[in-house]
Write a protein that binds this ligand. Structure first.
Ligand SMILES: [Zn+2]
Length: 244
């Protein structure tokens, strides 16, 4: 493979957007494996500018079976996943790394999840050493001093809706979610008015996990008050964990 042309990227402003889909391999919210990886990078070839989308479907490890793709969240049906050609995680990781190398050293990878929350998946894909920034972190709301939580974090649907006017249905198309991540990466930080609008939107629309304690018989990991105190449906996660 040709060496990356770093001269094109000397300003370090280039960024790429990643989305990692976690599929369920069992009933607990911790039974997950990387099912698909989407990457959108700026098109650096001469000519009209645009974005270049990659999408990889990942073959589950030999000792695991995907029981749900959690289709409303991922846009990928279980039948289309089972029928499609898939690559082992090692091959996907190599191809992802090669696509990112083309961007040069100054590039920043953006995703929605916080750096901490996304670290296991990024490590599995061998890209944990690359600069990474989070949309959830950039658009979080600072709560008043003395509040229980220092910040309120929003789902990607809430951020995209308020900041870009995009409805959740528009995020399902191939590459749409990552293209929105790239737009938000370059967007100005939220004003106080936009921050308040996201808080209202978050109150008005509960997250998928809040609306569905389980889906396809699989725990969605949402912590709610129940007979066993504050816990998720499979009781793996409790109130002491991060709220979002
Ligand atoms: Zn659970």
């Amino acid at each position: 493979m040709a060496a990356p042309d770093e001269s094109k990227h000397s300003d370090g402003a280039l960024c790429a957007a990643i989305r990692v889909h976690m599929f369920a391999t069992g009933p607990k919210c911790t039974d997950r494996t990387i099912g698909a990886v989407e990457l959108v990078v700026p098109d650096t070839t001469p000519g009209p500018s645009g974005v270049c989308a990659h999408k990889w479907l990942v073959h589950p490890p030999e000792d695991m079976t995907v029981v749900s793709t959690i289709e409303p969240l991922t846009g990928i049906s279980i039948t289309s996943f089972k029928d499609a050609a898939k690559d082992p995680i090692k091959v996907v990781a190599e191809q992802l790394q090669a696509a990112l190398r083309k961007l040069g050293d100054g590039a920043v990878l953006w995703g929605h999840a916080s750096a901490e929350f996304s670290l296991p998946a990024r490590t599995e894909l061998g890209i944990q050493h690359l600069p990474y920034k989070s949309i959830a972190d950039k658009f979080k709301h600072a709560n008043l001093p003395g509040s229980k939580w220092a910040h309120q974090f929003f789902t990607f649907e809430v951020v995209a809706r308020v900041m870009l006017g995009m409805l959740p249905a528009a995020l399902v198309a191939d590459g749409a979610y990552c293209s929105a991540v790239l737009q938000l990466a370059q967007h100005a930080p939220p004003t106080e008015e936009q921050s308040q609008a996201m808080r209202r939107q978050a109150r008005a629309t509960k997250s998928f996990a809040a609306r569905n304690a389980t889906y396809d018989g699989v725990c969605m990991g949402h912590i709610a008050s129940g007979p066993y105190g504050w816990a998720c449906a499979c009781r793996t996660r409790t109130r002491t964990r991060r709220k979002w």
